[in-house]
Design a protein around this ligand. Structure first.
Ligand SMILES: [Zn+2]
Length: 147
């Protein structure tokens, strides 16, 4: 397990660091493990010139994010247009099935997992034009990438 101390934009005094380390230890000692989300395997197939992500909504539900946010992230990374059809996301063009796992992992890292404790129990909080990841496990508030 890795702890990132001194997250950008935060200045920590030595005492703060000690407190932080202590509370991290407490978390471990009390047996509260950082829970990693169990993600299903993306079900991807091609129909004509389109790529269907059949269990897309399952992912949005598990990571507890606005489906549109995840959808737009994928569309942007794949540089294509996308539409939603019930639980399925339909991308224009034939996209590599493996690339979806890679992109979802990146999304988890950027918008779901707390950079301080690694917990996926987080919420996105918007303050003016800034976006923060607020962790329910350790209380850390970390800036996320915009969009
Ligand atoms: Zn945390």
């Amino acid at each position: 397990m890795k702890y990132i101390l001194g997250v950008s934009g935060m200045t920590l005094s030595y005492d703060d660091l000690l407190k932080r380390l202590k509370s991290s230890q407490n978390i471990m000692e009390s047996g509260t493990k950082v829970v990693r989300l169990e993600l299903p395997k993306p079900i991807i197939f091609w129909v004509g010139n389109k790529t269907i992500f059949r269990n897309f909504m399952e992912f949005a539900r598990i990571v507890r994010r606005d489906p549109n946010h995840l959808l737009m992230f994928l569309a942007k990374e794949l540089a294509t247009a996308v539409s939603l059809d019930k639980d399925r996301a339909i991308f224009i063009g034939r996209k590599e099935p493996q690339s979806f796992s890679v992109l979802i992992n990146r999304y988890m890292k950027d918008f779901v997992n707390c950079p301080v404790c690694g917990s996926p129990d987080t919420n996105i909080e918007k303050v003016k034009r800034l976006q923060f990841l607020v962790c329910e496990a350790c209380g850390a508030k970390s800036p996320t990438k915009s969009k």
